[in-house]
Design a protein around this ligand. Structure first.
Ligand code: F0G
Length: 457
């Protein structure tokens, strides 16, 4: 693993409950890991969103927060960081990524319009649909091929994209590239693909936007996997990536290493003027948009720290280490490893559990009981039901995501997790599927309750 480019200044105590208590907590939580108290979790790999550790410079920046409603100096500091690092002149602060999505899509997406992209994140998809638009994924086939070692599984399929642009000519609101692509395992998009998508976008006179929640991780993969950029600094790759976009939506809870925050960044003054009033209505005045002044200060610092190459090398190294050690045990993990999480293919690991008993979720429950680890299912449970037939949708993959928070866990923690999964692997044939006791009508993975199937079928 790469060397650790920081040391600990402040710590947070965590505890490992005895196994009997873990079983009890899990039962009382209705076998839903979202209902566990965080204090009952030893290693929390639920998400890398908002869970990173801020640096001493970010904490110091908080004290400089200018909480003025209008004309805040903190806003100007954040705007300068966005201009310097990403190259977009106009910035609209928002309380988090989905706040930015709400402002953006409510303006750009009208009834029956199409938004194609590599693979949209679920809140993005929901905001497009909420505005009567149709999100369309143009993922390359390799993205769902377990055996493929394509280094850029996040790339958009250019042929599919071109067909959509032709077929829906005049109805395409914009194209969205999510870098890295969370929905398919934190996989990166190459600069070559970005350039080709941009070329198509220009040809069809359609604006191109990026979802940049994890842009720095994407830039690091470009440096590592795309020969031409091997010697480029990360900052240069980031600027080169952004050159091809008309603007970007950011959840600062990821690569800006913030606990909360986000923004819309734009190149075009006219669009900025169009979105501004909506942002005031939905998020807050243009100089804060739902963020405290102190948060904008910390964001300005965090955006710079997020593109530090030594930090990225260590972070991406952690995901790779976790993934590689799992693979050595025999556990089927998605490869090449992505940017923010290791993904276990629970469908392959637990073939005795049918999709409608949710193998990814069953594995998440087993990992908590075995070692107090919390991950999240990304599979048929999260997919929900078909709105017309009411049948469970069958996901293309039944995954368990183990997302690593930024700058939080050390190698000892990862080794502990690997040890726990070694045990889970040995006991895999005894892991049972789950059944609903209560099924929530929307976003069911958050608030349903389950029982464990008596016998694996
Ligand atoms: N875009 C991407 C690619 C995301 O992964 C997320 C959130 C969002 C947008 C929405 O941002 O949470 O700040 O409103 N992903 C989190 C996750 C929730 O766990 O992967 P948000």
């Amino acid at each position: 693993m790469a060397f650790l480019p920081y040391k600990t200044k402040s710590i947070e105590k965590i505890r490992l409950l005895p196994k009997k208590e873990r079983m009890d907590r899990m039962r009382r939580a209705g076998y839903n890991l979202f209902f566990l108290n965080s204090g009952d979790v030893y290693i929390d790999f639920l998400t890398d969103s908002g869970t990173g550790a801020m640096s001493q410079d970010q904490w110091a920046a908080l004290m400089r927060g200018d909480e003025s409603y209008a004309g805040s100096a903190s806003f100007r500091h954040m705007q300068k960081a966005v201009r310097d690092i990403l190259g977009f002149p106009y910035v609209i602060p928002c309380h988090q990524g989905r706040g930015a999505e709400n402002v953006f899509n409510s303006s750009l997406v009208k009834n029956g319009m199409i938004v194609p992209g590599n693979a949209h994140f679920d809140t993005t998809r929901a905001h497009i649909e909420h505005n009567q638009g149709l999100p369309l994924d143009c993922t390359i086939a390799a993205a769902y091929d377990f055996r493929s070692r394509n280094p850029f599984k996040g790339n958009a399929d250019l042929k599919k994209l071109e067909r959509i642009l032709q077929k829906y000519s005049g109805r395409v609101a914009y194209i969205l590239l999510t870098v890295t692509c969370n929905q398919i395992g934190g996989q990166p998009v190459s600069l070559e693909n970005i350039k080709n998508v941009s070329r198509l976008a220009k040809r069809f006179r359609t604006p191109l936007f990026f979802d940049i929640a994890r842009f720095a991780e994407n830039a690091f993969f470009i440096k590592m996997r795309e020969k031409k950029y091997r010697k480029w600094p990360i900052a240069g790759i980031v600027r080169e990536m952004m050159r091809y976009a008309n603007g970007a939506l950011m959840s600062a809870k990821k690569d800006a290493i913030m606990n909360i925050g986000g923004f819309i960044a734009l190149r075009d003054k006219k669009l900025f003027q169009e979105l501004g009033p909506r942002a005031i209505l939905m998020e807050g005045f243009l100089n804060y948009g739902g963020m405290a002044g102190r948060d904008m200060e910390a964001l300005a610092v965090g955006l710079g720290e997020g593109i530090d190459e030594e930090y990225l090398n260590h972070r991406i190294g952690q995901v790779k280490y976790l993934g590689e050690e799992m693979a050595k045990i025999g556990i089927p993990v998605l490869q090449p490893f992505g940017g923010h999480a290791a993904y276990i293919d629970a469908g392959r690991m637990l073939p005795h559990i049918p999709y409608n008993q949710f193998p990814g979720h069953a594995l998440a429950v087993a990992a908590y009981i075995e070692g107090g680890i919390r991950g999240v299912e990304v599979g048929s449970l999260m997919e929900g039901r078909d709105p017309e037939t009411h049948q469970n949708k069958k996901a293309r993959q039944e995954l368990l995501r183990l997302a690593i928070p930024r700058r939080v866990y050390a190698k000892e923690h990862l080794d502990y997790v690997i040890g726990v999964f070694r045990e889970v692997w040995k006991k895999r044939k005894n892991i049972h599927g789950v059944r609903f006791i209560y099924e929530a009508p929307i976003l069911r993975h958050f608030s349903s309750r389950f029982s464990i199937e008596a016998k694996p079928r």
